[in-house]
Ligand binder design. Sequence first.
Ligand code: ADP
Length: 474
Amino acid sequence: MNLLFAATELSPYAKTGGLADVLAALPAALRQRGHSVACVLPLFRSIRETLPELRLTDLILSVPLGAGLQSARIWEGRTDRDVRVFLVEKEEFFDRTYLYGPPTGDYTDNASRFFFFSKIVPLLARHIRPTPQILHLHDWHTGLVPAFVRSERLPFRTAFTIHNLAYQGNFWGLDFPLTNLPTAYFSPAGIEFHQHINCLKAAIVFADRLTTVSPRYAEEIQTPEFGCGLSDVLRERRYKLSGILNGADYSRWDPGRDPVLPAPYSASNPAAKQLSKDRLAKQVGWEPFQAPLFCVISRLTEQKGIPLVLDAAGELQKEGGRLVVLGEGDPGLEERVRDLARSFPESVAAQIGFDEAFAHLLMAGSDFLLMPSLFEPCGLTQLYALRYGTLPIARETGGLADTIVPWDAATGLGTGFLFRAPTANSFSEAVRKAKAVYQDPSSLQAMRREAMRQEFSWEQSAESYEEIYRRLIE
Ligand code: ADP
């Protein structure tokens, strides 16, 4: 099959979260299975600076954007996994420090930026060879593509993946002329949602198939609690919606061959995990210690349950427990995390920022990963944690519920600790269980071994997507 992926993130060239990891891995896995796969992204500054051997093609594509006509030059390159990637060059839109906007908020011209990109995608698809049969689109930035394909009756089938329903690309109705769609599209049956343009809704309505990144999340988003206002729209279209778990990228996340670690370790040879803990302690300014070490590696947002971590900080530190937080995001939460580390320098450390290498060391050196997310479409961090023998303590929601086997007091088995109510109390309860297991080395080792043997391969996900494409083409 001939497939074109369109998105705004691709690890390691442009990344703010898990979407980038999916774009790095899934096209590569599909290519391995014999399909012809290409990706298209905006030529963001970070991509221009990091993707090697970019080549300018002779394609110049022009699309209407409101009253004017806008053009883009198309560059071509290959990812480190040897996947072909097209880059849409538009300096005034994409040659910026951030992908979507600075920490203080979104860029004010995001409607123009991503409507433009969404218009270029189907046009590019008509020019590249082999001609794609399927456009596989990801998150709201490409949400209008299915509407453009429908309105222009283009010969492509569209699959759209929701990586996070909370980000919908909402713009006021006055931006509608920028879409150049027939006015009938600005209606409740189309892309309008409460007098606004809603890019995600556009995709839900017009894509031929919808997927999201875990079976549990596919169910949850059809309920008012998790539907972010779109539960009815989704429920009406559940016939075309399914959940496919993301895989973990074990070529980048494997303690057996992770160049960042002082020594490799694995399920059959776990002892050297301790060396990572010692190295980590040194790096944050502590002497080596024997006590449970909890970590957070996350965007610092409400979604990720960071307020719960802050509220449970006392519980975490009891009996010598320590916490290291790596993250960036909401400025208020960043400040609260910094404050906590300043108040308890001997047991809490914080690194505010995005640091891939430190994320690996932290993953290896910690005993437990905290992920008390209010919702979690799939979550990749917990998959990596499992492979590193770092037991997740997580809320029972979305992909966390689908990938973590909760510790069972009767058998002592499980791969992590789950709690249900999004409260500091029920989170603290899970922390206490984890600490009890930590005190019993043989139970801890048994859980670690089981966690490290879990397998969430991209092979399996790629096979499920393949099935979806095949049915679309038929
Ligand atoms: P989301 O996509 O919602 O942010 P995921 O768990 O799916 O969450 O993916 C997060 C990815 O980003 C993981 O690869 C994780 O290691 C990485 N990550 C998050 N925050 C940081 C950070 N501050 N520094 C380095 N890596 C980070």
